[in-house]
Write a protein that binds this ligand. Sequence first.
Ligand code: SF4
Length: 299
Amino acid sequence: MDEACGFSYRSCELCGRACKVNREEGQRGFCKAGTSMHIGRAAAHFWEEPCLSGTKGSGTIFFSSCGLSCVYCQNQMLSRKESGKELGVEELVELFYQLEAEGCHNINFVTPEHYSPGVREAMVLAREKGFSLPFVWNSSGYQSARTLKALEGLVDIYLMDFKYWEGSLAERYSKAKNYPEIAKEALEEVIRQCPELCYRDGLLKKGVILRHLLLPGQVYQGKRILKYSFCRYGNHILYSLLSQYTPFGALDCFPEINRKVFGKEYQRLVDYALSLGIEKAFIQEGESAKESFIPDFCV
Ligand code: SF4
């Protein structure tokens, strides 16, 4: 793949962190990942947006390590280090077929940024073999537009987080001050690749879903993200507003987010989305912040 666009394990710039370490020579960057893909879980998942989960589940593949370090991450046992099962490109393709045989509607790569070259190779190989399920790039939003370009024509659905509007918040919770700029550029690029939503039998086959997890006391951030995104992309994308934030990990130093989101906070964000004119949004109802949403990882 074209190293000039940063799509390489050498001088790694695969996520917004741009550590520029040579992972091929054993150096490790912020994510601590090497060059061999590691996964913590591969299974049908029924708690994605309904147009992805359908009746038989989305075929999620959870990768270990992560270029972000969110203090509230629910997958910390997987995201903080390289762990889980190591697998090569051909084994990853085999996994696609296993998930297809289980009836899954799509293949959903969860936090794949730091393994992008390997995942890309697997997608190319699978398509050459005639594999036809949609590929979902389920990203933290912390990936440069330059490297996302290398996925053009392969990824069918981008499921993109937009976590923070302000760099100070991104720095406080994820040690990533440049997150807002990176996420905006990433969104622009994936919408260039998938400008319209396309469905078949009620399931999404192509398009972009923008996800925002509302943090306690941060309705303002959510509103700014929605306003920005809706002004640029209108109803050409889907919006997914998550209320399921659950305090997790050592949050003693972050008392302001050491609680669940109040129902009235979430409602304010939903009302705002409707007032903007957003027509296609996923909204959670009732008590969604349950531990059952945290997958059981085999690490
Ligand atoms: S993928 Fe890992 S090594 Fe590469 S830039 Fe991101 S954090 Fe650094």
